[in-house]
Design a protein around this ligand. Sequence first.
Ligand code: ATP
Length: 325
Amino acid sequence: PFDVVTLGETMALLSAPRIGPLRHARSLDVAVGGAESNVAVGLTRLGLRVAWLGRIGDDEFGRLVHGTLAGEGVDVSGAVVDPGAPTGLMVKARRTNTSTEVTYYRAGSAGSRLCRKDVDAALLRGARVLHVTGITPALSASARDAVDAALAEADTGTLVSVDLNYRQALWPPADAAPVLRRLVERCDVLFATESEARLVLGDPRAGSGADGPSPVELAVQLADLPGGPRQVLLKRGARGAVAVVDGAVYEAPRHHVEAVDPVGAGDAFAAGYLAELLAGSDVPARLATAAAAGAFAVTVSGDWEGLPRRDELALLQLLDADDAV
Ligand code: ATP
């Protein structure tokens, strides 16, 4: 059995090496990205056995996704090649040296045609963790159904991990809120940002950053939902993260690194946390690895390429501009 099974859409990722409007980029780097497979690679680098499920097109980008994940040691035996649709694309432009804009070309993509029958029960059997995100249910009705099928298929002993990952480009808040809330009520480990927490909790200030509950209060409210998760991780970018685990509050260490590309920090954080959870580490150790992996991710352009192996975690001290708080 696998330590972690995850499912979702992985796309070809085209990114502009130059800073400025995309039309002046002249060339684009070709890589792959997808929230769930980013987590899968992060976990694999930290020594876990991980399987990724998803659909790819019968095209060069699909072969790139397949080969890249396999090359990183992620099991892709459950990947489905869909001859009827292309692999989705994600385009990353750098308008300034610290900001990244992401555009999707994924409507009708192979990945968004993921469906219930793609969920291979044999892969899920005995898995220690099933990790899903709020992106997959936003892709299509059949992809939403695939997430439901995976959750239903998971063994009673399998921990369910959810990263809400609300994506404004995919669905409006009113559509997302009830679906994300059901994921919160079904999971054991929840990763969320403050604005995602407000969205799920139905706070009218959703996304506004206006005065309201503190991060810890938001995490407690999520944990207190009916069937709510025992472990809530609230991510705050460079301001770190807070956790509420079995009713106790923790704060993650903050690292001061030079951020070149914020995309992928959340996925790195999830990988770090889950890796330590599965290693039997206590909450502070889980948060330490999560925060270190998140900090590593932002120092490298690319969604997952900068993710650390275990023996590299200590290198973070060299990246830290000053001591962790
Ligand atoms: P994304 O969706 O862009 O991948 P996210 O919004 O889900 O990210 P963040 O809160 O940005 O998640 O990042 C996750 C964690 O990574 C943070 O809680 C923090 O520990 C670490 N991190 C993120 N950005 C920075 C930064 N600039 N400096 C140091 N650590 C960071």
